[in-house]
Design a protein around this ligand. Structure first.
Ligand SMILES: Cc1ncc(COP(=O)(O)O)c(C=O)c1O
Length: 500
């Protein structure tokens, strides 16, 4: 007997009123996007946490309440890493085209598969990115959730190749018990070390090779360790060249690393999550020589391209390796979903370009639509100008630092990062570390300038990284000025300037 259902309603979730709902948020978003006045998130912390810290509602309070809470509580206290003075990390807030495309993809392209524009734009955007970066046109790419997964996917292909060469299929049979290593500089991003763990090689399998004074991998040490390992029967899974280290923006010598990779029978991977875009500045383009000889490269559109968060990209010379490493098994629930390509009468008759066989996600948003939108808006030339402008900012800051006897350059900029510190004569390094840490803290509390920090040769460094399209020269000059002023103030407060 068929049960009788009387309620004709579909669900309590609103599935229409989109224009009204987004319209309700827009004034709050516009206001947020201006980054006016002091950032209220820290001061108002108790208030917004109290408002949000509610038990799971048994009965939902409806869309209007959600919109009010978003507009009044959440958005105004959001993360201001898009403010012009923010130069910390290697991420920023998205620009308008990317935000709009992201909304479009959320609503009208909620899966990147199937025969529809949001699938097609994955391919178009990957091709555009490869063109922009001068990657060989035969390389194939796929979007990922960010640099972590992009590096993991690339190194998954490297692992596949290394063990296939020895007659094992690691994706199918697991890893044979053979010692295997990934070689990278000590400046490698820690997500590469985690990738070693996730790929079953182990974190300790990622060997940290010392760097030279410019933060670049020492080739002699790399060669020596590769030779020792070869004698010991270690499988060289990959050499990782970082093209734009997160600490100082150094670019490893790719061409000599390509020579070593060939000589030792290893994969060459280039982690350019931040710095591959640096190649667009012709003044430093030569640093990327040899890139076309790599086996894989990673770049993050959610960094310098300023797309919304959650977009990395990986390109490989031989995508069949990605396929063997990451393909999905045939699934009964997809049986009959896709008929012959010749008989397509619905978008659901074709997967479109298959991306889920080449990376970690099955279901995924169309990241390509977002990258496409940003590149369509500003073009290759706009991106070239952005990269040059930001590299100029770092150089300008280095000049300001050089011209001030109380500031010290700790790493000359290669790309758009400038590492420096406050320094007054007669103060030891430990005290300078404490003073510069306090300067960083007061910059965040008292000024619009928010760089991050790092250590360069053991010293605490103030580290702006310019990728934010909203930043102007004013913020660059303001940062140098503020570090000097705050540094003098702290040194006076602590009485350490007396000895000067
Ligand atoms: C060189 C490099 N690799 C990888 C990553 C990790 O990328 P994500 O944070 O997108 O996972 C970063 C992030 O800053 C990076 O600078």
């Amino acid at each position: 007997m068929v049960r009788k259902l009387t309620d004709s309603a579909t669900d309590r979730s609103e599935t229409s009123r989109l224009v009204e709902a987004i319209g309700r948020l827009l004034p709050a978003l516009e206001r947020f996007n201006r980054y006016d006045g002091p950032d209220p998130a820290a001061q108002d912390r108790e208030r917004w946490q109290d408002r949000l810290n509610q038990p799971l509602p048994e009965h939902g309070s409806g869309l209007d309440d959600v919109l009010s809470e978003l507009a009044e509580v959440v958005i105004p206290h959001g993360l201001r890493n898009g403010a012009p003075g923010f130069s910390g990390w290697v991420t920023t807030a998205p620009t308008t085209a990317g935000t709009a495309a992201s909304l479009a993809a959320t609503v009208a392209g909620s899966q990147r598969w199937w025969l529809q524009p949001f699938n097609y734009l994955e391919s178009v955007a990957l091709r555009w990115l490869a063109d922009l970066l001068g990657l060989p046109s035969s390389w194939q790419g796929t979007f990922t959730a960010g640099g972590s997964s992009a590096n993991l996917v690339a190194l998954g292909a490297a692992r596949q190749q290394a063990f296939e060469r020895l007659g094992h299929d690691p994706a199918r049979g697991g890893l044979p018990s053979l010692p295997a290593r990934i070689y990278a500089s000590t400046e490698v991003h820690h997500v590469v070390i985690r990738a070693g763990a996730v790929l079953g090689l182990g974190r300790e399998a990622v060997v940290g090779i010392p760097v030279d004074a410019g933060g670049r991998i020492q080739l002699d040490d790399l060669r020596r360790i590769l030779e020792e390992d070869r004698s010991a029967g270690v499988v060289p899974v990959a050499l990782v060249a970082t093209a734009g280290t997160v600490n100082t923006g150094a670019v490893d010598p790719i061409a000599p690393m390509a020579d070593l990779a060939t000589e030792f029978g290893s994969w060459l991977h280039v982690d350019g999550a931040y710095g591959l875009f640096g190649r667009l500045d012709e003044r430093v383009a030569a640093l990327y020589e040899g890139l076309e000889r790599a086996d894989s490269a990673v770049v993050d559109p959610h960094k310098w391209l300023a797309t919304p968060m959650g977009i990395g990209a990986v390109f490989v010379r031989d995508r069949s390796l990605l396929g063997r490493a990451f393909t999905l098994e045939p699934a009964a629930y997809l049986e009959g979903a896709v008929d012959s390509e010749a008989d397509i009468s619905s978008p659901f008759d074709s997967f479109g370009e298959l991306f889920h066989d080449f990376n970690l996600d099955q279901s995924a948003p169309s990241r390509g639509a977002v990258v496409w939108a940003v590149l369509r808006e500003i073009g290759a030339d706009g991106m070239r100008q952005r990269v040059q402008r930001h590299n100029d900012f770092a150089r300008r800051l280095a000049e300001l630092v050089g011209a001030d006897e109380r500031l010290e350059l700790l790493a000359a900029p290669t790309l758009s990062i400038c590492c420096f510190r406050y320094r007054a004569p007669g103060i030891d390094d430990a005290t300078l570390d404490r003073i510069n840490a306090e300067i960083s803290h007061r910059l965040r509390a008292e000024t619009p300038y928010v760089p991050s920090s790092t250590r360069v040769a053991g010293r605490f460094a103030i580290r702006p990284c310019y990728i934010n399209p909203r930043t102007t020269l004013n913020e660059v000059d303001g940062l140098a000025r503020s570090v000097r002023e705050i540094g003098d103030r702290i040194a006076n407060e602590q009485g350490v300037l007396k000895s000067a």
